[in-house]
Every structure is written in C-alpha cells, then in structure tokens.
Write a protein that binds this ligand. Sequence first.
Ligand SMILES: *Cc1c(COP(=O)(O)O)cnc(C)c1O
Length: 234
Amino acid sequence: MILENLEEVNKRIISACKKAGRDPKEVTLIAVSKTKPSSMIEEVYGAGIRAFGENKVQELCEKYKELPQDISWHMIGHLQRNKVKQILGKAELIHSVDSLRLAEQIEEDAAKLDLTVDILLEVNVAEEESKFGFKLEETEEAILKIATFPHVRIKGLMTIAPFVEKSEENRFIFKKLRQFYVDMQSKNIDNVTMNVLSMGMTGDYEIAIEEGATLVRVGTGIFGTRYKIGENEV
Ligand SMILES: *Cc1c(COP(=O)(O)O)cnc(C)c1O
C-alpha cells in the first residue's frame, strides 16, 4: 500500500512539474514520517527515498539512531529553544525557524559545536492565529538580522498553508511566498542562498509545485492517516 501511494505521489509530482514547465529534478519529496514506525520508513527508504520529515525532537533523534545514516532528516515542527542542541548535527535542514529568539539559540548552540546549521524561515503567510512563523512583512528584517549569524545559514523559506477544501484556494499563498522569495534572491544578501522553497503537503503539493516549491512535505499521502487522540495527533 505504502509503495503504491509513493508511486502515485511521484507520478503527480512529475505531472505537476510538466504542467508548470519545470524539471522534476528541481523538486525533492520529503516523506513526512512523524508518528510512523521505523518499519514503514524502511519500506519507503527501500524505494529510494532519502529525505524524511519529523516534527518532534525526541522522535527524530530516536529514528536517527535506528535508521540508515544516509537518510537526511528534516525538522519541520515547532522547535523549543531548550531542545535545539539535541538535533544539531542530526537534522540536515530545520524548516521551522519561526522566531528571532530561536535563530539566536541555534547560533549559540551551533557555535559551541563549531557547526554551521542550514535553516529555512517559516512564514505564516495567511497570518493564522493557530500557526507559528514570521509574518511576511517581518521576514525581510529577520533575514537581514539572521544573515549576520556566523553559524547559521539561511537557505530559503517554508510555509504551512491553511487547511482548505480545495487546494486551489491555497494557490495565492504559494504565489505570494514565491514572489517574496524571488525578491529576496535578487537582493543577494551575504550568507543567504535563498534557493529552497518548502511548501505543499498532501492536500496541496501539486499547486505548490506549480507555484515554485523545491521541497514538498508529504505525510498522509504516502503513509496513510495518522491517528488522533483527542486534540493531539500522535
Ligand atoms: C505533518 C506535516 C506535514 C505533512 O502533512 P500531510 O498533510 O500528512 O501531508 C507537512 N508539513 C508539516 C510542517 C507537518 O507538520
């Protein structure tokens, strides 16, 4: 079942790229494996996927220990400052840098370990109360500040679009972030590469690709539904 799902997702990525006149090599699928056991990850790994996304520090660290070393782990969930040091050197990219204070903490911990940490800034484009992230109009100032941190490298931007009935409703969100991203690229800010745009999940990754995503984060579409206990996804 998982492998069929994966094949379907890969097919849709390719057709979205075709529709947009993009090379499928420009888009990397991140299989979001949060809450899912290592056995399922191994199955997807066996089909050639090497990028996996997790949203909890402890879970990422456990899976990191258990699973093959050539996996690149992506931290996609809200990160508490006191847990930063646990994932440094383990997460290839932190997508969810949602405040200046968090970026400062990453700089501080990375300096101690003499590491350079690749990050994305999370932008709350729709300004949803329930979501973390910079407002779009705050983001440039944050980029300019974080760009001066010697142990942090901004690679690009990430957004989580609202939950909508029809994915088409999120197109303007992706378009808006892409426009800002291109604008930031053109400013050639020192220490900022701005070549990663992480947007699109199971419900809307095709639209996100049409609008320029370079990383798509797909969980349910590959692994099936996650179980919920009360309000909490487990
Ligand atoms: C869970 C999660 C995803 C994957 O969501 P699906 O709808 O299951 O594809 C993507 N991005 C983030 C930040 C997530 O927390």
